[in-house]
Design a protein around this ligand. Structure first.
Ligand SMILES: [Zn+2]
Length: 505
């Protein structure tokens, strides 16, 4: 049986989650649901990165203890599973999950055993926002490109990881597609980074500078493990890496796909540092690194640190889970940035969910009730007019699978949308109400049965994208034992722009 492991990054919990992270969660959820639906075993893994210095600083600013702060903040992230209807199998929290610390320690020892960890004095410019050292060449006018802040000059003795040793091997794996990086421009970016030379990187901090927060270096309590090393380790530690049990062999070593989803800002960590750490530890490397862009709101980057924020709880509360997921899947181009506005979310939902899918299903079920007392007509041979619609339905699964293999969520949803589009054209050309009037019973049955088939296909194909709406469509289009359809009820009502503030909903 094919097994597929799908992960999201684990966010810092220094502020509330924003819509950009919801994008990553929803994309991962669609992949997880899709792979399950084609008969694969899937594990969808998410979590929170609690061990960052950023969290410590945020806790200090809030005047509460660090553990108390991260517990409360992490709940806002793990709680997204409900408003976004996520089918997450497992959540790991790096500060409190007993699997994590033991696993990170094992990963450290495995790399140490390979001779890839050594101590040396280091001086560098550190951005706490990124939790990363930068060279002056990587800064704009001395400022971090992500945060616009001036990094701190740090001078101390640290542990280093021998990244330089893995440059050739990484290059080969990426070029051969063993590690597939999508989209291609991100792959080229990584190859250019490798060609530019990979310097060993610092993988520990003094415990003092880390404010005592984090996982101590095994055998060196004066140092804590670099938060990125710790965080990247979650992809293994959540699989009981510490004891190398069944989960590890099933979902990592023996998995047919190990898919990481991430934003473009953390590409270097996932496509360079992480595979090198795995090679050093003697573990398999990821098969797919899938990179999404950033969301902006009216042109400003949505991020926890920029101040611009769109709260996914607030959006789902006001407009519903289906509308939020649909916007994320329909409007964000593959691997690229997108600008969010509430107006576009509302008009997408009204045009395609309410007026498109909802209206079509309602119309079809209403006609079956009006003309056939709710009894599903026996499937008759379809007329020539049904040929196009039939073909669109038949091609749906192949197109969806192809698009999702390319991580193209817009193209995948387009394949579902085409069925509604074609079904509406079919209604207008066959005019069932005329067939009813003229008493052409056989033809009316054929048309109604074709239309119901289209609605059932929409329900089935929508499932990975809009699990809630799809379940309602399927219920509405499934006859009972006596062959009777449920009475037509509004499935996807129109929504209105809500200008009240957050929390008023
Ligand atoms: Zn930064």
């Amino acid at each position: 049986m094919t097994s597929t492991y799908i992960t999201t990054t684990i966010p810092y919990v220094n502020a509330r989650p924003h819509l950009g992270f919801a994008l990553e969660l929803v994309q991962a959820d669609v992949l997880a649901r899709h792979h399950r639906s084609i008969g694969e075993q899937v594990r969808f893994q998410a979590g929170t990165d609690d061990n960052s210095l950023k969290n410590v600083l945020a806790a200090e600013a809030a005047g509460v203890g660090v553990q108390e702060f991260v517990d409360a903040s992490a709940a806002a992230f793990t709680g997204l599973a409900e408003p976004l209807s996520l089918s997450v199998d497992d959540l790991i929290r790096t500060s409190s999950d007993p699997r994590h610390r033991a696993g990170v320690e094992r990963l450290w020892r495995a790399c140490a055993d390979s001779g890839d960890l050594y101590r040396r004095h280091y001086e560098g410019l550190y951005c706490v926002g990124c939790e990363q050292f930068y060279t002056t060449a990587e800064l704009d006018d001395g400022r971090c490109r992500e945060h616009g802040t001036v990094p701190d000059l740090v001078s101390e003795e640290n542990w280093f990881f021998r990244l330089s040793r893995y440059a050739g091997q990484l290059r080969d794996l990426i070029q051969a597609g063993t590690i597939r990086i999508e989209p291609a421009e991100r792959r080229n970016e990584v190859l250019a980074l490798i060609d530019g030379g990979l310097a060993d990187f610092s993988v520990s901090r003094s415990t003092e500078r880390a404010r005592g927060w984090g996982i101590p270096v095994p055998g060196d309590p004066g140092q804590v493990i670099y938060v990125w090393w710790d965080a990247l380790g979650n992809y293994l530690t959540a699989l009981d890496y510490a004891d190398g049990g069944e989960n590890l062999s099933r979902w990592w070593t023996g998995a047919s796909r190990r898919i990481h989803l991430l934003g473009k800002g953390v590409l270097r960590f996932h496509a360079v540092y992480w595979p090198a750490m795995l090679l050093s530890a003697g573990e398999a490397v990821p098969t797919d690194i899938v990179v999404h862009g950033y969301l902006t709101e009216n042109g400003r980057k949505i991020s926890k640190s920029s101040g611009a924020t769109v709260d996914p709880y607030d959006l789902a509360g006001k407009y519903g889970t289906d509308a939020v997921r649909w916007w994320l899947l329909r409007e964000v181009p593959r691997g690229a940035d997108a600008d969010f506005t509430v107006d576009r979310l509302v008009s997408r939902a009204n045009d395609e969910l309410a007026n498109g899918f909802g209206n079509l299903v309602n119309r079809v079920v209403t006609m079956i009730h009006r003309y056939r007392d709710g009894h599903v007509p026996a499937a008759a041979a379809s007329a020539a007019e049904a040929a196009v619609l039939n073909e669109v339905i038949r091609n749906g699964p192949g197109l969806i699978t192809g698009a999702l293999d390319d991580f193209d969520f817009r193209r995948a949803t387009e394949a579902v949308w085409r069925i509604a589009d074609e079904a509406n054209r079919y209604v207008n050309s066959t005019r069932p109400w005329n067939l009813h009037k003229t008493g052409d019973r056989a033809e009316l049955d054929a048309v109604l049965s074709m239309l119901l088939l289209a609605c059932q296909a929409i329900g089935a194909y929508l499932t990975p994208f809009l699990p809630d709406a799809a379940a309602r469509v399927i219920r509405q289009c499934t006859p009972d034992e006596a062959g009777l359809l449920p009475s037509p009820a509004p499935l996807l009502p129109r929504i209105a722009l809500d200008l009240s503030g957050p929390g008023d909903s």
